[in-house]
Design a protein around this ligand. Structure first.
Ligand code: CA
Length: 224
């Protein structure tokens, strides 16, 4: 696995480069947003670790630019504990996951591996669910309307569509959609669900959160 680490704190960079090297992860470091864009455009990285607080460009701006260029490399964002808004902005800008500083190295490693595995998995064929057709190219067709989805939204919606009508436990979503063998202890699923609900507004489908049980997607208005 090749990782691009974008972080301006040199001590953290040194510690992570050492730790990751022991796990046979190859790391390239960039210390500011400009250098990060240059490195991402090289296209070598399997996963990008992106600190949001950078000396030049904001991490979220870096992310927006690379997604606007159509770069789909998985991005794990590092944020400060109190930066809730920045975290939500980052997910909206196309981050796949986030970790709050300070974090345990083992958790960073597990998430990196999950992102790399997910990115390497073959894309699904189109999935036909009544009036909804989920295309493998990250779009959802609702009748004649086309909605662009992020890779995570696409994976999450695909999984819920396959299990439509069922109350899907969160643990199943963590494992099957996010590749976590553990409870990530964050609201990352809820943030992605909120985005999906927004994008599905007006479509004949509901996604309910059932407290303590899980998530249920149902098609409505006689759709099958
Ligand atoms: Ca920083």
């Amino acid at each position: 696995m090749k990782v691009l680490l974008v972080e301006d704190n040199r001590r953290l960079v040194d510690a992570l480069v050492r730790g990751l090297a022991e796990e046979q992860v190859e790391v390239t470091a960039a210390h500011d947003g400009g250098a990060a864009l240059v490195e991402v455009r090289r296209g070598d990285a399997d996963v990008v670790i992106l600190d949001l607080g950078l000396p030049d460009l904001d991490g979220v701006d870096v992310l927006r630019r690379l997604r606007a260029e159509g770069r789909a490399v998985p991005v794990l964002v590092l944020t400060a504990r109190d930066a809730v808004e920045a975290r939500v902005d980052a997910l909206e800008a196309g981050a796949d996951d986030y970790l709050v500083k300070p974090f345990a190295f083992a958790e960073l490693l597990a998430r990196l591996r999950a992102l790399a595995r997910r990115a390497a998995a073959p894309r699904w064929a189109s999935l036909d669910a009544g009036p909804l057709v989920l295309e493998p190219d990250l779009t959802l067709r609702i009748g004649t309307r086309r909605v662009a989805l992020s890779p995570r939204e696409h994976a999450l919606l695909g999984y819920l569509l396959r299990r439509r009508g069922e109350v899907v436990p969160r643990a199943d979503i963590h494992r099957e959609v996010f590749d976590y063998g553990f409870d990530p202890g964050t609201n990352v699923v809820d943030v992605h669900l909120a985005h999906l609900r927004k994008k599905l507004a007006g479509a004949p489908v509901t996604i309910e959160t059932i407290r303590g049980a899980g998530i249920r997607l149902a098609l409505t208005e006689g759709a099958t």
